[in-house]
Every structure is written in structure tokens, then in C-alpha cells.
Design a binder for this molecule. Structure first.
Ligand code: GLU
Length: 479
């Protein structure tokens, strides 16, 4: 049997990391089994629809390297892939239910509904639509919602992640199939679409688990065999036992991307948020994920979101790309992240800077903060120099002498490369009888005025002889 999975996002504009994880698992299962992934845009809730949101979804999937076999852009035999363009299909299926006596037009007004709810709350019994079906059911036409006529009974089913489930008949109710605006509800549309599109594995967030009995009742009424149900665990906030929300510090995938999280790291992190292959491995390429993924290792409890881990993984991926693919390959990923001051410098210079700083980056946007002084002379700030924790024991006169000795030594260098600089700096240490932290902090601050820099000899090499000496001289005369 060919495995067919789908990712069915709603175009609401904000791509929560949970949404993306709901794309990754179906993708991995489809690719591992040489099956198909369908992208379907669930845009029937017109109130939540956001212009441009579909493009954002497509762009995010492409960025992560998750291609789809059917759906927007690529097309396919089961289109259209926008639910808003499938109204006729839903209406045709709805008419089947009307014909078999399993759906009815519901003219109940909001006021009547309020009244029924009030009655129930006074009697302290749960409100169920099925106990208040209208006496006279009009013919179904636009403007009147269409409801499912359920037949309450117990349901048992198997969820590939949550295990064997069982519910009593009290959870069954007459859910709306078609709203009064003529668009279907999610509840009805996804069942019709999954069936029409031949979906074999329905993978989605566990928030739909409690509605599953109502869906099973619908499958039955429509004579459909349900796909395998795979409920993906919640992503939990860093603290406590609640679902991760916008207020818990998690950014949208779009923001993380803007901040310089690499697609590989994002994919790696999210794939492992709620799934593991039982080994200690933490870094996975997409190919390794495809190979190792398995439904039975998706965890059934909530997965805790941990931004520190994401940043750590991103750092690992930055190094991995540099080490395995080279400085230029990493540089290609960094164009949007350099400080403004860098724009007049050529690619070669950028690559040199990157090569000495990449192993300190957590995100690519760290480049903006960490590399400015490679492109523009820093503002001289003598206070910062004299108050440095290693330098404050030295008097200003001592600092000046030390700086001048350093300038003399470095000016005499024949070759300005990392090895010669390292040798000269070591000799200076011996000659001045200072601690490395003192001498090197002084030179480092004088050329950068930054809180940290790569190893001093490498920083000086990249800055070059003229810039380094000019900066040291400027500071020596300002002390
Ligand atoms: N459109 C639903 C959502 O974005 C998808 C649920 C599903 O995958 O069936 O939450």
C-alpha cells in the first residue's frame, strides 16, 4: 500500500513551530516509504484568513527542504488543493448525508440556543445539540447551517501514538458540517478531503483527539474507512505543564529564520521535539531523519520546548556546514546578516572574517553584533579600556608604555600573518613580563573596543597591518 500523508495548514499568517512539526513528520513518513505528501490549504475559515499566508507556508516548507508531491504550485490529480475552491465537492458529499437521513438543516436561532444552554445549566446537565433537534427541519439551502445527525454509541479505536482509545456515547453530538456561509467546517472538510485524496495516515496535533469519536461517526455515515490516526504530542512551554503559546518566548518560524537560525537546525530541532530514535544522536541531517524516523518512537506525552537547545543545535550546524562544506558554503547563507558597515567590503574579506568567528556564532545574526569592528574603526573609549577587569590594576602611564612597546614590536614585523603575529605576541609577553590576559586584552580592546573577539593573532591578521597599527596608534595618543 502506498503511504499517503498530508500537511493541512490554515493560512492564518503566523507559523507556530508546532505547525511546522506537523509538516515534518508526514514528510518523513512519506519519503521513508517512497509515498506521497500532499499539501492542502485549509482556508474555509474566512474570518481567520490572512492575505499572503499561503505563500508564507509554501516558502517556509521550501526553506526547510520539505517538498510536496501534490498541492499548490505542483498541482496533482486530486486538486484543487485549496479548500475554499472545493465547495462543490463538500456540498455533494453533504447531499449524500441528507439523502441517507444523516444530516439536517438547522434553523435554530442564537437566542433559542442560549435558552437551551440555560435550561441545561439550570438542570446541571451537559448541553447537547442532539437533544434539541428542531421539530420542523426545513429544506437545506444557503444561509442555514447543515448539521450531522449523529447516532450516539461507544467508540474504540487505535491511535498510532496514543494507543488504544475508548469513549462513551456522551461525547457524540450533532456537529455542523456546512456553515451558514456555505463553507464546510474543518470537521467535515478534512474527512471528505482525506478520503478524496487517498490519505492513509492522518497525522495532526493531539488537540483533535477528543473530537475523534465524532469523526469516526462521520466516517461510518459516509461509508468510509478512516485512515490510520497519528496524534502528535503537544509542545509544552519551557515551564509548567501548559501548551507552548506566543507568550512563552517561542518565536514564529519566520522570526527564527530572520534571526539566523539555519533551516537544517530548525528541521533537526523540531523533528526531535517529540521523537527520538532511541540513541544518543543529536545532530541529524534530513536524510538521516528520513532513514531513522518511525511512528512508534513518537512520544505520547508533551514535548518541552527549549530554545537554548535550538540555539546550541544551530551553533553545531554552523560549524558542521563550515567544516564539511567549507567557508564559502557557509558564507552563502550569511548575506542577510552582516552589519551595514560591511557592505563596501568584498566577498573574500567577509569570508576571512567568517572563518575566524564562525565557531562563536549561535545564530547568523550574531554577525551583526560581533563583526562591526572588522569593517569600521571603533569609537575610542578610554574608560572601557582602563576599567577592563584585567587592566584596571595598571596605571594609565603603564598602559601607554605597554601599548607603545606593542606598536614598536608589531611595526617591525616583516610578515603580517597569523604565525608571525603569534610569535611576536609571545615575545612581547616575555619582554614586558605581563600576563597574557593583560597584554592581549589591551591590544584586543585597542583594535576592537568589542566585548570579545576571535584569537588576537587571527583578529590582527584579518584586520591587516595598516588598520591594526593605525588603531593602536590612535589609542596610544588618546590615553
Ligand atoms: N487546518 C488545521 C490546522 O491548521 C489542520 C488540522 C489537520 O491537520 O487536520 O490546525
Amino acid at each position: 500500500m502506498e503511504i499517503i500523508t498530508r500537511f493541512a495548514p490554515s493560512p492564518t499568517g503566523y507559523i507556530h513551530i508546532g505547525n511546522v512539526r506537523s509538516a515534518i513528520y508526514p514528510y518523513l513518513l512519506a519519503r521513508q516509504n517512497k509515498g506521497k505528501l500532499i499539501l492542502r490549504i485549509e482556508d474555509t475559515d474566512r474570518a481567520r484568513y490572512v492575505e499572503g499566508a499561503t505563500e508564507l507556508i509554501e516558502d517556509t516548507l521550501k526553506w526547510l527542504g520539505l517538498d510536496w508531491d501534490e498541492g499548490p504550485i505542483v498541482g496533482g490529480p486530486n486538486g484543487p488543493y485549496f479548500q475554499s475552491e472545493r465547495t462543490e465537492i463538500y456540498h455533494a458529499w453533504a447531499r449524500k448525508l441528507i439523502k441517507s437521513g444523516r444530516a439536517y438543516a438547522d434553523p435554530t436561532t442564537p437566542e433559542q440556543l442560549d435558552q437551551y444552554r440555560k435550561e441545561c445549566s439550570e438542570k446541571k446537565i451537559p448541553f447537547l445539540y442532539r437533544n434539541y433537534r428542531p421539530k420542523n427541519m426545513p429544506e437545506w439551502k444557503p444561509g442555514i447551517p447543515l448539521r450531522f445527525k449523529t447516532e450516539p454509541k461507544e467508540y474504540s479505536w487505535h491511535d498510532e501514538v496514543m494507543g488504544d482509545m475508548h469513549t462513551g456515547s456522551e461525547v457524540l453530538d450533532d456537529i455542523i458540517l456546512i456553515k451558514k456561509d456555505g463553507y464546510p467546517t474543518y470537521n467535515f472538510a478534512h474527512i471528505v478531503d482525506d478520503a478524496e485524496m487517498g490519505v492513509t495516515h492522518l497525522m495532526r496535533g493531539v488537540e483533535y483527539l477528543s473530537s475523534t469519536p465524532n469523526y469516526l461517526a462521520l466516517y461510518e455515515a459516509l461509508n468510509l474507512t478512516p485512515p490510520k490516526i497519528v496524534s502528535l504530542p503537544h509542545i509544552l512551554a519551557p515551564q509548567g505543564n501548559k501548551k507552548l503559546g506566543k507568550r512563552d518566548g517561542a518565536k514564529s518560524v519566520t522570526e527564527y529564520r530572520k534571526d539566523g537560525i539555519l533551516a537544517e537546525a530548525m528541521l533537526n530541532y523540531l523533528a526531535c521535539l517529540g521523537w527520538n530514535d532511541g540513541t544518543e544522536q543529536e545532530i541529524y541531517t534530513k536524510e538521516e531523519l528520513i532513514k531513522n524516523f518511525s511512528l512508534d518512537r513518537i512520544q505520547n506525552s508533551g514535548a518541552r520546548y527549549d530554545e537554548t537547545k535550538l540555539l546550541w543545535l544551530n551553533g553545531q550546524w554552523i560549524r558542521k556546514i563550515f567544516d564539511e562544506q567549507g567557508a564559502e558554503a557557509l558564507y552563502e547563507r550569511t548575506h542577510a546578516f552582516w552589519p551595514d558597515s560591511a557592505k563596501n567590503y568584498d566577498d573574500q574579506y567577509h569570508i576571512k572574517v567568517l572563518a575566524i568567528i564562525y565557531d562563536r556564532l549561535k545564530t547568523l545574526s550574531d554577525l551583526r553584533e560581533m563583526t562591526d569592528y572588522f569593517f569600521v574603526d571603533p569609537t575610542i573609549n578610554i574608560d572601557l579600556l582602563v576599567n577592563n577587569k584585567f587592566l584596571k590594576k595598571l596605571s594609565e602611564a603603564e598602559l601607554e608604555t605597554l601599548l607603545k612597546k606593542s606598536i614598536t614590536k608589531l611595526t617591525a614585523l616583516k610578515k603580517w600573518d597569523a604565525d608571525s603575529l603569534q610569535t611576536a605576541l609571545n615575545e612581547l609577553l616575555a619582554e614586558t613580563n605581563k600576563k597574557p590576559a593583560e597584554l592581549f586584552s589591551l591590544i584586543r580592546i585597542a583594535v576592537s573596543f568589542a566585548p570579545f573577539s576571535p584569537a588576537l593573532h587571527l583578529t590582527l591578521e584579518v584586520l591587516g597591518r595598516d588598520v591594526s597599527l593605525a588603531r593602536l596608534n590612535a589609542v596610544a595618543s588618546a590615553i
